[in-house]
Design a protein around this ligand. Structure first.
Ligand SMILES: [Zn+2]
Ligand SMILES: [Zn+2]
Length: 252
């Protein structure tokens, strides 16, 4: 049995506060077998993580959280980001051509950037899009107060049930996990495609302390700081992002 967190943001997302190495270290420390790094319309961090993952004893699925015209879509097993702002169906077809699959993140909650029922059912009635849209988050730690519609509707939809953290801070990684038979990324992919995953939701309410810590880290990120670590054996600390990284982020 393996566990995965399939929705994690790194410093390649401008609103996230964890470097690639800090994500890998934390994911290993909380005993995840597989993670997906899913930055907003960005895959460079995920590809970096794929190369480093062996040092941490886990597997990384390259992915991204794509801004479609109808809302966010988590793409997995892709090395190229689809154009921003396509319809959900066209984005799914692009992901399929690139060899990937997709998960509807934080759906049906009425929040901005969330897919609604009409969009998801519309995609499922298109054979090429249906072959790619394989999962939905029934639990997203960041939107947990709004997830009940997704949980109810998931019973009727042919989509694997996924619990994810949507972590933008390092301590949230693994707070929302998906269990699957096997240990590897390919085992997980098979489980998602066969609608055979088990969501393990985060079972605590957000505490005031957690919210304060999150706000503090976002503020630090604005000033160029992030949670970082040099290696699997080094603790995670607040470090200034390097100028070369900041230049790289701008270059896109
Ligand atoms: Zn999102
Ligand atoms: Zn996200």
């Amino acid at each position: 049995m393996g566990t995965a967190d399939l929705h994690i943001h790194s410093t390649y997302s401008r609103d996230a506060t964890t470097t690639i190495r800090a994500i890998l270290k934390q994911a290993a420390d909380v005993h995840l077998n597989v993670i997906a790094i899913t930055d907003h319309d960005e895959v460079r961090g995920a590809l970096e993580a794929c190369k480093l993952a062996y040092q941490y004893g886990l597997e990384v699925i390259p992915g991204a959280e794509i801004s479609t015209k109808e809302g966010h879509l988590v793409a997995l097993f892709i090395e190229e980001v689809p154009p921003i702002g396509l319809s959900l169906v066209d984005t799914l077809i692009f992901i399929g051509k690139a060899g990937g699959i997709a998960i509807a993140p934080h759906p049906f909650n009425g929040l901005p950037h969330s897919l609604n029922m009409e969009s998801v059912v519309g995609a499922l009635t298109n054979a090429r899009a249906k072959a790619v849209l394989k999962g939905m988050e029934t639990h997203n730690m960041g939107t947990q107060a709004f997830d009940s519609t997704a949980q109810k509707l998931s019973i009727y939809l042919p989509l694997a049930k996924i619990a994810s953290s949507d972590a933008h801070v390092y301590w949230a990684i693994g707070a929302g996990r998906t269990e699957f038979d096997g240990q590897t990324a390919q085992d997980l992919r098979r489980a998602i495609e066969n609608n055979a995953t088990r969501p393990i939701p985060y079972d605590e309410e957000f505490s005031a302390k957690a919210i304060f810590s999150w706000v503090r880290r976002i503020a630090l990120r604005r000033f160029g700081y992030a949670s970082d670590t040099a290696s699997a054996s080094q603790p995670i600390n607040t470090q200034k992002l390097s100028q070369s990284f900041i230049r790289k982020l701008r270059k896109k």
